[in-house]
Design a protein around this ligand. Structure first.
Ligand code: 13P
Length: 250
């Protein structure tokens, strides 16, 4: 049985003042012992967030694929771990698009996170155009095959997040049928890539997850949690999503 995992991705939002939201979010996490909860604020807020969030894991939104070196402006997984991060999102579609990150670059970032014993959340997802062309499963399976790290014993955990690009920040959520089809395809690809271990990898859905659609999404087979953008910025919206995950696990 895979535990539900609910992760907030604050993207380039937030401030020290906004960390006050973490009190109620951490309290909801402590009241939902069957659910793992994490928040990924911008790099500069990781250490202060960690100090204010007992019961809540804190993560990052990206890392470099190398452990150290002459890479101006970049941050390594080891540095993020030292700041208090327990997980790192890699290959988000906003980074794949804006920073032209390839599948190979995403894989090296995921492997860097795993080398530090951190969770790597590998994001995949098709564009609107690709879905309309009937190529969604093919595109996502290809991204996964190219981005998935090879894990060894004793290293960190791989998590996959399916985030259809057309559902991010648009209010358009994928239908439960579309999500079920894609998560089953991802589960099959995980089996091909990782053998028996593929069955224990958690697959999150992301893209306009809100308090009013979370329960329906968590009821879909192979949906092991959510990667939440806008609705993770306030406790008012994020806490009901955590509670929906707790309800789905009962
Ligand atoms: P929204 O929940 O704002 O649609 O963002 C989803 C996302 O990109 C999370 O990584």
């Amino acid at each position: 049985m895979r535990r539900k995992l609910v992760v907030g991705n604050w993207k380039m939002n937030g401030s020290l003042a906004q960390l006050k939201e973490l009190g109620a979010i951490a309290s909801a996490a402590r009241n939902s012992p069957g659910v793992d909860v994490a928040v990924c604020p911008p790099f500069t807020l990781i250490a202060p967030a960690r100090a204010r969030s007992a019961g809540l894991a804190v993560g990052a939104q990206d890392c470099h694929g190398k452990d150290s070196g002459a890479f101006t402006g970049s941050v390594s997984a080891a540095m993020l771990k030292e700041a208090g991060a327990r997980l790192i999102i890699v290959g988000h579609s906003e980074r794949r698009a804006e920073h032209r990150e390839s599948d190979a670059a995403v894989r090296s970032k995921a492997e860097a996170a795993l080398r530090q014993g951190l969770q790597a959340i590998v994001c995949v997802g098709e564009s609107d155009e690709e879905r309309r062309a009937g190529r969604a499963v093919e595109i996502v399976s290809g991204q996964l095959a190219g981005s998935l790290p090879q894990i060894g014993e004793g290293e960190g955990e791989i998590v996959v997040a399916y985030e259809p690009i057309w559902a991010i920040g648009t209010g358009n959520t994928a239908t439960p049928q579309d999500v079920a089809e894609m998560h089953a395809a991802i589960r099959a690809e995980l089996g091909r890539a990782l053998g028996g271990r593929g069955g224990s990898v958690r697959i999150l859905y992301g893209g306009s997850v809100k308090p009013d659609n979370a329960a329906e999404l968590f009821a879909v087979p192979d949906v092991d949690g959510a990667l939440v953008g806008g609705a993770s910025l306030t406790a008012k919206d994020f806490v009901p999503i955590i509670e929906a995950a707790a309800g789905a696990g009962r």
